[in-house]
Design a protein around this ligand. Structure first.
Ligand code: SF4
Ligand code: SF4
Length: 145
């Protein structure tokens, strides 16, 4: 089994810093691959990444929710911020810009997001295929360079 990063990831980056097998890769180009992605062939299912994610975006594969109930607001390092879904730039209905800061204090700029309202129900399971596609069809580990 593996862990999965879902589309509520806003590139905070803390997960990648704690992964003992370095199998979490920041997507590039960000317009096309806006999340961080986990390589299932290397992930040892340790769970260390889960508590590091302030957006609560990482799930064991078997627990990725098909009917996720949005919390609406998440407290990220002391600040209440709206939850968002994060898609490739140009995805219809996802035209809200997110400007934030990651775990290292660096700027994060995303152009394909949509704010999630409290109680809104969304299917996060498409992220399972997205994580795999990043390594099989996308840049995979070469995005690290
Ligand atoms: S810590 Fe969470 S928001 Fe940040 S890159 Fe990892 S999964 Fe995405
Ligand atoms: S579960 Fe462990 S091995 Fe898998 S991505 Fe998270 S930190 Fe890395």
């Amino acid at each position: 089994m593996t862990h999965i990063i879902t589309e509520i990831c806003l590139r905070d980056g803390g997960c990648a810093e704690v992964c003992p097998v370095e199998c979490i890769i920041p997507g590039k180009p960000e317009e096309e691959w806006p999340l961080y992605y986990i390589d299932r062939d290397t992930c040892i299912d340790c769970g260390a990444c889960v508590p590091e994610c302030p957006w609560e975006a990482i799930f064991p594969e078997e627990d990725v929710p098909s009917a996720y109930v949005a919390k609406g607001i998440i407290n990220v390092r002391g600040t209440d911020l709206p939850q968002r879904l994060n898609k490739p730039k140009g995805t219809p209905g996802f035209d809200q810009v997110y400007d934030g800061t990651n775990s290292r204090g660096e700027s994060v700029h995303l152009e394909g997001t949509r704010i999630l309202l409290k109680g809104e129900v969304v299917d996060l399971t498409p992220a399972i295929a997205l994580n795999d596609a990043f390594f099989k069809e996308g840049p995979g580990y070469s995005a690290k360079d």
